[in-house]
Design a binder for this molecule. Sequence first.
Ligand code: SAH
Length: 259
Amino acid sequence: MLQNIRVVLVNTSHPGNIGGAARAMKNMGLSRLVLVDPIDFPSHEADARASGASDILQAAQVVATLEEALVGCNLVLGTSARDRRIPWPLLDPRECGITACEQALEGADVALVFGREYAGLTNEELQRCQYHVHIPSDPAFSSLNLAAAVQVLVYEVRMAWLAAQNQPTKVAKLETTAMLNTQLVTADELESFYTHLQQALEEVGFLDPQNPRHLMSRLRRLYGRNNISRAEMNILRGILTETLKAARGEHHKQGKSDV
Ligand code: SAH
């Protein structure tokens, strides 16, 4: 589906930006790059900036006009660093990602069109696009580096694509992986920790059993909001054990910090 979305770079001056755009695309799972009349391509600089994405550069289609680049496209989204005078349907990058994805999912061919480093897209080129996309940058310094602008848009395409597949986002995946790796403590493990903690605090004289105030409930609140893992719990239990030994004068180990 992402293969239906092509990135079109118009009249790019710096080959490094072409390489940077290719890398951004590959990172986000896109592969169709179309170059309209590039100033310097192929080039070593483009390959260097593409890093591991030189396959995208090799497969890039080089054409003479924007018209040729847009052959077969059902939806054309043109980017602009500035608000143009002509009123046009304007999307932000998120809306662009969602729209591009929805159309591509239905089998449409979609183009994301980017302009020249120094002059952007001409009004004529912008009028070939159904929608304009503006990254809401600071109006006092609105123009992003070309490859950076490509990165923002293809990232949003990916996020929309992930959402469309009802896949968890990267953050959610990382959380799941982290939980599987670390295994959170259970309520009963937490209870025996509190018993241990209370015992240690009493023995070192921090908690007065005659006048406990709300110390233990405050500590429960503190530890309870931390999603403690089993490994972390082992560290805490180790600290309590050593603290108790020290308080009882049994301490003879040094530097036991490799828990
Ligand atoms: N001086 C040019 C700047 C072009 S920057 C101008 O005013 O148009 C090169 C390309 O990067 C732009 O044509 C566009 O494709 C993209 N780009 C840079 N900043 C952008 C922004 N804030 N929103 C959308 N696209 C942007």
